[in-house]
Ligand binder design. Structure first.
Ligand SMILES: Nc1ncnc2c1ncn2[C@@H]1O[C@H](COP(=O)(O)OP(=O)(O)OP(=O)(O)O)[C@@H](O)[C@H]1O
Length: 269
């Protein structure tokens, strides 16, 4: 595996244990049940894409993993670490310190790039690893430059976000997520906010990451062709449950469930 993507030491025990495991998770927003007794596991190094209708709960799965949303019932583990602490309090049933520890294993790339506008590209990629992983400034910068090279933007290291295109900003956001050496990288519709002509460069970076690195990736996308190319497994998600899952070729060419067929017909025409 490429050294620049070396992950934080493994907190899980057996190599074959899932990196992500939802067991009977229920998530509600008030009276609305978004995840209903949800079971889902992702193996180390696996690339999984969630597809499905708008409002079905795909982003909520990612936001829960990133500790941005609490859930009400069930269990979730990341690299063997449970999200809930035995005596945890508050909506997350965990201390801030515990949530922080979990979050340090997860990188997330959002629809909107969320870069710090007042920081250079280099500082955007350097700031969190220096603070959280305790790297020296020189180490963090060296690593950031390697990552910027990987996303094709080393020459823009001294630019500010406003000087970059949306596609370039999203590539910086990917480098920033990787700088934390996450065990899992989450992508929440990473090209939805981009002008059509900029989508390709971002998908290209993600495609290279998926094919060349042993990183566990969970993606939510409306780009069906891309989902078919990069995924080991595609899950069709509807009303808070996985209706059907399998290898992309099979899901896209011979879906077994009527709801999957209807969805694919509606988006692929
Ligand atoms: N903070 C919130 N408060 C209340 N309801 C919410 C909140 N966040 C999401 N929801 C609702 O939860 C449901 C699932 O939303 P979610 O964003 O996970 O769906 P999605 O499948 O990712 O949709 P899309 O493809 O449109 O992004 C929707 O009905 C949404 O309106």
């Amino acid at each position: 595996m490429n050294k620049v993507l070396a992950q934080q030491p493994d907190a899980a025990s057996a190599a074959a244990a899932p990196v992500i495991e939802f067991r009977n998770v229920t998530k509600r927003f008030g009276a609305l049940t978004v995840l209903d007794d949800f079971n889902f596991a992702v193996a180390p190094g696996e690339k999984v894409t969630l597809i499905g209708p708008s409002g079905s709960g795909k982003s909520t799965v990612l936001r829960i993993l990133m500790t941005l949303e609490p859930f009400q019932e069930g269990q979730l583990t990341l690299a063997g670490i449970p999200y809930h602490e035995p005596n945890g309090k508050g909506p997350f049933r965990a201390s801030d310190r515990h949530l922080h520890q979990i979050r340090s294993h997860v990188g997330m790339v959002f629809q909107s790039f969320n870069l710090f506008p007042h920081m250079s590209v280099l500082r955007n990629v350097t700031e969190a690893p220096a603070a959280v992983l305790g790297l020296s400034r020189a180490e963090a910068e060296c690593r950031a430059i390697d990552l910027l090279r990987m996303v094709g933007l080393a020459d823009k290291k001294d630019h500010y976000p406003a000087q970059l295109s949306g596609g370039q900003q999203q590539r910086v956001a990917i480098a920033r997520a990787l700088a934390m050496r996450p065990r899992v990288l989450l992508f929440d519709e990473p090209t939805s906010a981009l002008d059509p002509q900029l989508v390709g460069e971002v998908l290209g970076v993600i495609r290279n990451l998926a094919s060349e690195h042993d990183l566990t990736m969970l993606l939510v996308t409306h780009e069906m062709r891309f989902a078919r190319e990069v995924s080991d497994r595609v899950c069709f998600f509807d009303k808070g449950r996985i209706v059907e899952e399998g290898e992309p070729e099979r899901i896209f060419t011979a879906p077994a469930e009527p709801r999957t067929r209807e969805f694919l017909q509606s988006v692929l025409g």
